[in-house]
Design a protein around this ligand. Structure first.
Ligand SMILES: Nc1ncnc2c1ncn2[C@@H]1O[C@H](COP(=O)(O)OP(=O)(O)O)[C@@H](O)[C@H]1O
Ligand SMILES: [Mg+2]
Length: 378
């Protein structure tokens, strides 16, 4: 297959995406696929040719060219954008240059993009308009996977176990902080966790054990999103499961994260080396069976497709399980949980990325069966 791999993007997880993409590209090549790397700068410009991964990692641009994807179905895929005096040429010119750009005929796109504008349904909307097959969740699945309030409301409504939470808007917080904090103290108590509703990698996540910390945590989260979620702090072990498939997804073995900090914050994830992944997790069979069942249910509930990692809390003392979150484009470096979980389940990395690309094509074909025109029969 000829696979366009997208990475970078306008997201706080830009750097993480570059690391993930490096590993995905390597695995796709190992599996014998041809890879077209497509870098997206922090400002949202798309680059191809040269070495976009190197360009974004180092800031040294060589022969990369700016391209765009047109929001209309067509054979040309990506088209060159050659700004003259900072202005892009008209569409007609762009289409004519497609051949030069040499990018027509990508079989599938693999958006290895985490967080905003990559994992939240926005870029997926562009792929839908352009009618190109792409890996992972669609518009709705991505958006639901991104919004921690909506996904939890949905899961709870379907009877999946979710720890108690409250949704808070930045507006309410700024207008009446005391009322908001009173409500949180009454309904959730301490410790609690404050988070932006739409983010990842623990950015903006804090643990609060008293009102001062709560006030601080809410302010931090409110810097990243207009909607926040506050959750009861669960004293728990953290379990993670990989899910793979479209309509009949399967779950990997269960893994456990041992955070090298008070909780699994950004530093513990990416900077300090103290965190550990235990695969398979040392939990009784009835727990791992239940986690795998819940992971598939949570995946289906948000209409995810292709792949996702579903994260759980196993509460100490009560042994209760809670679904914490779903990541529709989980971290994908060689040492990331998702590929390691599948490797431990008998699916090596090159086979995993091939399967994900194939699932993208299957989903595309299934969607192509839908009629997009309607004529009233005489
Ligand atoms: N309700 C909670 N109880 C206990 N720990 C939590 C809770 N919510 C988050 N955490 C801790 O914070 C980390 C990051 O929160 P999470 O909801 O997974 O956000 P992100 O999408 O940024 O990974 C978790 O891995 C866990 O260590
Ligand atoms: Mg998480």
């Amino acid at each position: 297959m000829r696979v366009g791999v997208l990475f970078g993007g306008r997201s706080g997880e830009h750097q993480v995406s570059l690391h993930s993409a490096r590993a995905v590209i390597h695995a796709l090549q190992q599996a014998g696929h041809e890879v077209v790397p497509i870098g997206i700068t922090s400002e949202g410009r798309w680059l191809v040719g040269g070495d976009p991964l190197h360009a974004l990692s180092s800031g040294e641009h060589t022969s990369e060219r700016a391209v765009a994807m047109l929001p209309q179905p067509g054979a040309y895929g990506l088209v060159a954008v050659q700004p003259t005096n900072g202005e892009a040429p008209p569409i007609e010119d762009l289409a004519g240059q497609a051949g030069q750009a040499g990018l027509a005929g990508l079989d599938v796109l693999f958006p290895v993009l985490h967080g905003t504008y990559g994992e939240d349904g926005t870029v997926q909307g562009l792929f839908e308009l352009a009618a190109v097959p792409y890996a992972g969740a669609g518009v709705l699945g991505s958006a639901l996977g991104m919004d921690k309030v909506v996904q939890k409301t949905l899961w709870r409504g379907m009877g999946l176990p979710v720890a108690d939470y409250l949704s808070v808007t930045r507006r309410d917080l700024e207008r009446s902080p005391q009322v908001v904090m009173d409500l949180i103290e009454q309904s959730l108590g301490y410790p609690c966790f404050t988070k932006p509703a739409n983010l990842g990698s623990s950015v903006g996540v804090s643990k609060a054990s008293n009102r001062t910390e709560l006030d601080q945590g809410l302010k931090v989260a409110a810097q990243y999103d207009a909607k926040l979620i506050v959750e009861r702090g669960v004293d728990a072990r953290e379990l993670e499961v990989g899910v793979l498939g479209n309509e009949e997804p399967t779950a990997s073995v269960v893994g456990e994260i041992l955070p090298g900090a008070e909780f699994y914050d950004y530093r513990a994830k990416y900077i300090d080396n103290g965190s550990q992944a235990i695969i398979p997790a040392d939990v009784p069979a009835h727990i791992s069976d239940e986690v795998r069942r819940l992971a598939v249910a949570a995946f289906k509930a948000v209409t995810a497709s292709g792949l996702a990692r579903v994260d759980f809390f196993l509460e100490r003392g009560t042994e209760r399980l809670y679904v914490n979150e779903i990541n529709t484009m989980p971290g994908f470096t060689e040492i990331s949980m998702y590929p390691k979980l599948w490797e431990a389940s008998g699916v090596p990395f090159p086979e995993l990325v091939t399967r994900i690309a194939e699932l993208a094509l299957e989903r595309y074909q299934e969607r192509s069966r839908n009629r997009t025109t309607y004529a009233v029969e005489e």
